[in-house]
Design a protein around this ligand. Structure first.
Ligand code: FES
Length: 128
């Protein structure tokens, strides 16, 4: 069974292969929702798309073992790359190799996951 290492929380969780990352994180008591860089995080816990891949607020960075995640599907690709209303669009810039939506990611092997990455509001990675 794969092991998911939640880096910020310093918590390792063993999950069944093919498990949904959002579901497993929530089962383990890991917080995924961060509002706008921390502002409105509590509200974001209630106000999100609850796993349909549209809001982009369950985004995580898979810093190690990204190959062990299921491939991005159409909904996740649209939310991360093309939806101008999604905060994920701004977070995706500069993190194309490692950012995923937890709700649309299946765990196929070991991985390190950084939850609640900040939005790139200053555009630091915009031209990288
Ligand atoms: S919960 Fe909305 S995109 Fe994952």
């Amino acid at each position: 069974m794969p092991i998911v290492n939640f880096v910020n929380e310093k918590k390792q969780v063993q999950v069944p292969e093919g498990a949904n990352l959002r579901t497993e994180a929530m089962k383990a008591g890991i917080k995924l929702y961060n509002g706008l860089n921390g502002y409105g995080a509590k509200l974001n816990e209630l106000v999100n798309c609850h796993g349909f891949g549209h809001c982009g607020t369950c985004r995580v960075l898979i810093t190690k073992g990204a190959d062990n995640a299921s491939p991005m599907g159409m909904v996740e690709t649209f939310t991360c790359k093309y939806n101008p209303l999604s905060p994920a669009l701004f977070a995706f810039i500069g993190n194309e190799d490692k950012m995923r939506l937890a709700c649309r990611t299946k765990v196929m092997g070991d991985m390190d996951v950084v939850t609640r990455p900040d939005l790139n509001l200053t555009g630091d990675n915009f031209f990288s």
